[in-house]
Design a binder for this molecule. Structure first.
Ligand SMILES: O=C(O)c1ccccc1N[C@@H]1O[C@H](COP(=O)(O)O)[C@@H](O)[C@H]1O
Length: 207
């Protein structure tokens, strides 16, 4: 089985970033959607990135930002991944992929027809998250993972992943799991015990 990547998202401070990295995260994510309770100003994210050792990938979460704004923040914060978590269409993703870091498009899944949408996006990865009618993400909701089936792309699985269900998520054979509210003490603040528990629970699957 592919060794799954673990992305810890919604980081707002250096201590959580460092802890996630030391526990084994492959990517950390900053949320640049101003309406998110996990929003971080690009200047602050840059300060955190500059203090971290270089061997971790940095992702930025965007919701319906303009191309220029997305590119500017990606450059300022030295992003390795741009996570498009709003209503960005395939054309927007293609423009961004042309001259930017790696891109992943989030698809919020209601049923299996949403899984098929993955084919229409020319991004480096697809992220499947749970659908909520009133929020773009960070809801802590899961969806029926059994409907994912075979998708010929790198898949990050997100939505309500926590220490208790992380093993089941990894066992699906996805490229990576994306964990946000499931290891938090409160929105934007990680619970280090929960985070450690998650990494302990999946360690045998990443060896
Ligand atoms: O975290 C948010 O507030 C958020 C807002 C808008 C778009 C995405 C957001 N978060 C991302 O959603 C997924 C799933 O989160 P969870 O594990 O269910 O809490 C993850 O990528 C978050 O970073």
């Amino acid at each position: 089985m592919l060794i799954p990547k673990v992305k810890i998202c919604g980081i707002t401070n250096y201590d959580d970033a460092l802890a996630a990295m030391e526990m084994g995260a492959d990517l950390i994510g900053f949320n640049f959607y101003p309406k998110s309770p996990r929003y971080i100003r690009p200047e602050e994210a840059t300060r955190i990135v500059n203090r971290l050792p270089a061997f971790i990938d940095i992702a930025g979460v965007f919701v319906n930002s303009t191309l220029d704004e997305t590119r500017e923040i990606a450059s300022q914060c030295q992003l390795d991944w741009i996570q498009l978590h709003g209503d960005e269409n395939a054309e927007f993703c293609r423009w961004l992929a042309y001259d930017s870091p790696k891109t992943m498009k989030a698809i919020r899944v209601k049923d299996s027809s949403d899984i098929q949408q993955a084919d229409g996006f020319f991004t480096d990865a697809i992220l499947f998250d749970a659908y909520d009618p009133s929020k773009y993400g960070g809801t802590g909701l899961t969806f029926n993972w059994n409907i994912i089936g075979h998708v010929g792309k790198r898949i990050f699985l997100a939505g309500g992943i926590n220490p208790d269900n992380a093993v089941a998520a990894v066992e699906l054979g996805v490229y990576g799991i994306d964990v946000c509210s499931g290891v938090e003490a409160s929105p934007g603040k990680k619970d280090h015990r929960k985070m450690q528990q998650l990494f302990d629970n999946i360690r045998h699957l990443r060896a």
